[in-house]
Design a protein around this ligand. Structure first.
Ligand code: AMP
Ligand code: ZN
Length: 470
């Protein structure tokens, strides 16, 4: 069966076929590395990873690019305001290089801890390594008559591209009539955007380059077009990002790419919904900026969060709460324990008549990556007592190769108890037998504080890692 994906551009679920099979080219708008990624930012990459695994299962080879935005993304997401990277450097009293290096590494670490296979990503191109490509692209647009220069930069004239705003159904006419208060009176249309911005004479930027138009830096949108086309060709198969990118960033990427090449830029546009918190938007200033580290500090694992994400369809809003994360953690622990109990069972391919789970599982994912339904199939399989355990083991491993929870590794981890913890547990047992309950409790606390759980059983006791304890 073909995979169907909801294409924001056409507003329809369409059957997906790549332009040049078996290769699928996929560009995921990457982070602006001026700060840590919050858990909402990470949603898109988990979803792209899921899609990638599904495509590979269906026989495709995925050429995936995640860019690193390290210049040109201004604080207002438009053409005004301070550059986020320069602002980050000032905030931390560090050089921009240090900021870029630190937050890029932190981002890659986050991806890894969510079981995203980072080594298989084809490229993580940085905008600052592709200045000449961006200048070339702007030159092409200039030669074709799409640009004009103002006192503060080179702009794209959106009135010259007939399909401008199609991605978001933008009311371009309305915008032209001045619904928005325009900050820059030199712009011909309020939707016009900067391709190249000049450094202001009064400010000393750390990052600036010479160009045919003057010293300055590239706009945020041109980076993505230049890097996507350099590594994946003029027409990509899939381009992804969060829904906030639809009206401006992706709309502008399309305009400048199509006008430069005369070809479609991306065949499919996928956008994930936001992860919100009780207070609404996640923002540092509001004190509700939740990172993977925040989850770890509260005793959760990044994979608990991956499970939480999988429980929702990527196009539905997630209202994050620690209660919801606790429920996901419990569910994942149950899954890991179920799998661990199959340790000794011989793995067997499905033979039972009643086993349609594989079809159901893939049908869910092939229907616009419905991971929520796919997870429900996993639980139905587990609860079905008519399915032999060997088959369950086979199916679970297959399903997990797509869901990416790493059940096999986790099930080994839960019983991987270091010798010193074993020793503490033995001492505790002895203390109990000697009816020295005070000492026994003390030893239990010691074990707990080191991240393990000791539980009494009818034959003695068992120990496991608290991370996935049931
Ligand atoms: P940025 O680092 O701001 O360029 O954003 C990186 C990615 O995170 C983009 O694809 C955004 O659309 C996405 N994003 C930003 N905030 C959220 C959120 N609260 N929930 C989900 N995705 C988000
Ligand atoms: Zn982008």
């Amino acid at each position: 069966m073909a995979i169907k994906l909801y294409n924001t551009y056409t507003r329809e679920k369409e059957e997906f076929y790549p332009l040049n099979p078996p290769t699928v080219t996929m560009y995921n708008c990457g982070p602006t590395v001026y700060d840590y990624a919050h858990i909402g930012n990470l949603r898109g990459y988990v979803n792209a990873d899921l899609l990638r695994r599904l495509l590979e299962h269906n026989g495709y080879e995925v050429k995936q690019v995640i860019n690193i935005t390290d210049v040109g993304h201004l604080v207002d997401d438009g053409d005004e305001g301070e550059d986020k990277i320069e602002k980050g450097a000032k905030r931390e009293k560090k050089s921009v290089e240090e900021i870029i290096e630190h937050y890029t590494q932190a981002f890659l670490d986050d991806l890894q801890s969510l079981n995203i296979d980072t080594s298989n990503v084809y490229k993580y191109p940085r905008a600052t390594d592709h200045i000449s490509e961006q200048i070339e692209l702007i030159k092409t647009l200039e030669e074709k008559g799409y640009t004009y220069t103002t006192s503060d930069g080179v702009y794209f004239d959106t009135a010259k591209y007939e399909d401008y705003g199609k991605l978001s159904n933008l009311d371009v006419e309305g915008l032209k009539e001045g619904i928005r208060v325009e900050a820059n009176p030199e712009k011909r249309n309020s939707t016009d955007f900067a391709l190249w911005k000049f450094s202001k004479p009064e400010e000393k930027r750390e990052q600036e380059w010479d160009s045919p138009w003057g010293i300055g830096f590239p706009g945020w949108h041109i980076e993505c077009s230049a890097m996507a086309m350099k590594y994946l060709g003029e027409t990509l198969d899939i381009h992804t990002g969060g829904i906030d990118h639809i009206p401006v960033h992706h709309t502008n990427e399309i305009a400048q790419s199509v006008c430069a090449t005369g070809r479609p830029f991306s065949r499919f546009w996928l956008h994930h919904e936001f992860v919100n918190v009780k207070e609404g938007k996640m923002a540092k200033s509001e004190g509700n900026f939740i990172r993977l580290k925040t989850l770890r500090d509260r005793g959760y694992e990044p994979l608990h969060y991956r499970y939480l994400l999988l429980q929702a369809h990527y196009r539905s809003i997630i209202n994050f709460s620690f209660e919801a994360l606790e429920a996901s953690a419990k569910a994942l622990s149950r899954l890991v324990h179920f799998y661990a109990e199959l340790k000794e069972v011989e793995r067997d391919t499905p033979k039972s008549q009643s086993n349609n789970y594989e079809e159901e599982f893939f049908a869910s994912l092939e229907d616009d990556i419905n991971s929520a339904e796919a997870l429900a199939v996993v639980w139905k399989l587990i609860k079905d007592e008519t399915i032999p355990r060997g088959e369950k083991k086979y199916e679970l491993e297959l399903f997990d190769s797509i869901l990416g929870l790493g059940l096999s590794k986790l099930s080994r981890e839960i019983y991987n108890v270091p010798p010193e913890i074993e020793e503490l547990a033995r001492e505790r047992q002895k203390a109990k037998e000697a009816k020295n309950y005070e000492l026994a409790d003390e030893l239990r606390d010691k074990i707990t504080s080191r991240g393990f759980v000791v539980r009494d059983t009818k034959d003695g006791y068992e120990i496991e890692s608290a991370k996935f304890s049931s």
